[in-house]
Write a protein that binds this ligand. Structure first.
Ligand code: FCB
Length: 451
């Protein structure tokens, strides 16, 4: 492989989200979020961890921008906590919440780092959950009203937005399996919540177009699905798993209809949706944000729900601490699939990274996270190969800037380029962070070196 082939204006970033890093959940007039309440319920988060302090980024954001500069990032993806801006989710605006994100945005711009905000990365004002959350059809307007409040303050300075992070996880973890807030296990709510998330995205995009000529997209998580064997049962289960996770959102967004497999997956819980909804959902987007971590290998499993498939571990393969197979070639496959199926949309990889059991800092202070460094090299090489194959890939964000609260796993899983000592809040750039800086400085040329 030769030379760099990343575009000159490629975004080299890292990503975080509000509840996972900020702490100070109720400060300066914020209302409680769904995750704030969820984390207080015994047994919801490993080790009884909460986001009460997390990385204390709410107070240390200046220091954290300094670390982004040390890494050489030219972009930073973060999310805004809706509950800081509208404490009850609708109605009254808390200006202090907007002030916080305005200071952050201005600090990033002054540091030469493009802010790439996500409007919703899973922390919903708790009051809205009391009204049914995303299963309530009004949620599309709640979200678009909130988005408009944010844009009226920040759209003059920020030109690239994403609406929602990973609608599939919001619904599968929050409404089907109950392992994320709001902790529901109700198959009749799931398609409604998914559909309303898509409508919320669409309504927000519609309003953005009337306010700004900047760029807007959505973030989806895609995981290629391979069948464990070529028996008809395994192939069928794998196709359903793939429709459920990978096409349930991208098809309506980019092709204007749900995959034909959806009624089979949800049975009597699959509703009839209004035709008009699809023109709202399928408005032209400027880009798609892709979160890629792994692939899965599937076999038929009739007891599993809503998709009758179970994942099979691959002997000899490498897995992360989250149990996700490390497989960069599946990232290439995903990018090429998106190009082919959806007409070559502009794509940013908005998350990619790995949880490993990092060694503690050595006596020389270094964190030798070799496996994460190797993961980055392999996945960035796959990204470069995708560009060579004609994929319109415009940026890459490592998950994550900092070790942080990995949702239901709490602080037990570390994914940062920067180690956080959660007792002292001390930050240490890991070896993977130093490597990432070299990759950025060389505009990708570093990928040609071994190791
Ligand atoms: C994604 C989430 C992100 C992080 C990574 C590991 O699903 O968007 O917040 O938890 O997984």
């Amino acid at each position: 492989m030769s030379g760099s082939s990343f575009p000159n204006d490629f975004l080299w970033g890292a990503a975080t989200s509000s509840y996972q890093i900020e702490g100070s959940p109720l400060s300066d007039g914020a209302g409680p979020s769904n995750w704030h309440l969820f984390s207080q319920q015994p047994g919801r988060i490993a080790g009884g961890d909460t986001g009460d302090v997390a990385c204390d980024h709410y107070q240390r954001w200046r220091e954290d921008i300094g670390y982004m500069q040390k890494l050489g990032l030219n972009a930073y993806r973060f999310s805004l906590a809706w509950n800081r801006i509208q404490p009850e989710g609708t109605g009254a605006i808390n200006e202090h919440g907007l002030d916080f994100y305005e200071r952050l945005v201005d600090g990033l711009l002054a540091a030469g780092i493009e802010p790439v905000p996500t409007l919703y990365h899973w922390d919903l004002p708790a009051k809205l959950d009391e009204q049914g959350g995303w299963a309530n059809r009004d949620s599309a307007d709640w979200f678009a009203d909130y988005a408009e409040i944010v844009w009226r303050r920040l759209a003059d300075r920020v030109g690239r937005w994403t609406t929602l992070n990973e609608p599939w996880v919001i619904v599968d973890a929050g409404y089907v399996h109950g392992v994320h807030a709001p902790g529901k296990q109700d198959l009749s709510l799931a398609p409604l919540a998914s559909h309303n998330l898509l409508r919320a995205h669409g309504e927000a995009v519609r309003r953005y177009r009337s306010l700004s000529d900047g760029q807007i997209g959505i973030v989806v998580n895609i995981e290629p699905k391979d069948a464990a064997s070529d028996t008809p049962e395994d192939l069928h289960a794998t196709r359903l798993a793939e429709a459920y996770m990978n096409r349930q959102y991208l098809d309506p967004l980019l092709r204007g209809s749900y995959p034909t497999e959806m009624p089979e997956i949800f049975g009597e819980n699959w509703p009839r949706f209004d035709d008009e909804d699809f023109s709202l959902i399928a408005q032209p987007l400027d880009f798609i944000g892709l979160n890629y971590y792994t692939r899965s290998v599937n076999r038929a499993e009739t007891q599993a729900s809503p998709v009758p498939a179970a994942q099979v571990r691959q002997p000899g393969a490498e897995y992360t601490e989250l149990g996700w197979e490390v497989r960069a070639e599946s990232l290439l496959q995903t990018l090429v699939w998106m190009k082919q199926r959806y007409g070559n949309p502009a794509i940013y990889i908005t998350e990619n990274g790995a949880a490993f059991d990092d060694p503690a800092p050595d006596s020389d202070g270094r964190v030798r996270d070799d496996r994460r460094a190797a993961y980055l090299l392999e996945h960035l090489r796959a990204s470069r190969e995708a560009i060579a194959q004609g994929v319109d890939l415009r940026g890459y964000f490592v998950w994550s800037l900092l070790d942080n609260l990995e949702w239901a796993c709490g602080f037990s899983k570390r994914m940062g380029l920067i180690r956080v000592n959660f007792e002292t809040q001390e930050r240490t750039i890991k070896d993977s962070g130093h490597l990432y800086r070299e990759i950025i400085e060389s505009a990708g040329g570093r990928l040609d070196q071994e190791g």
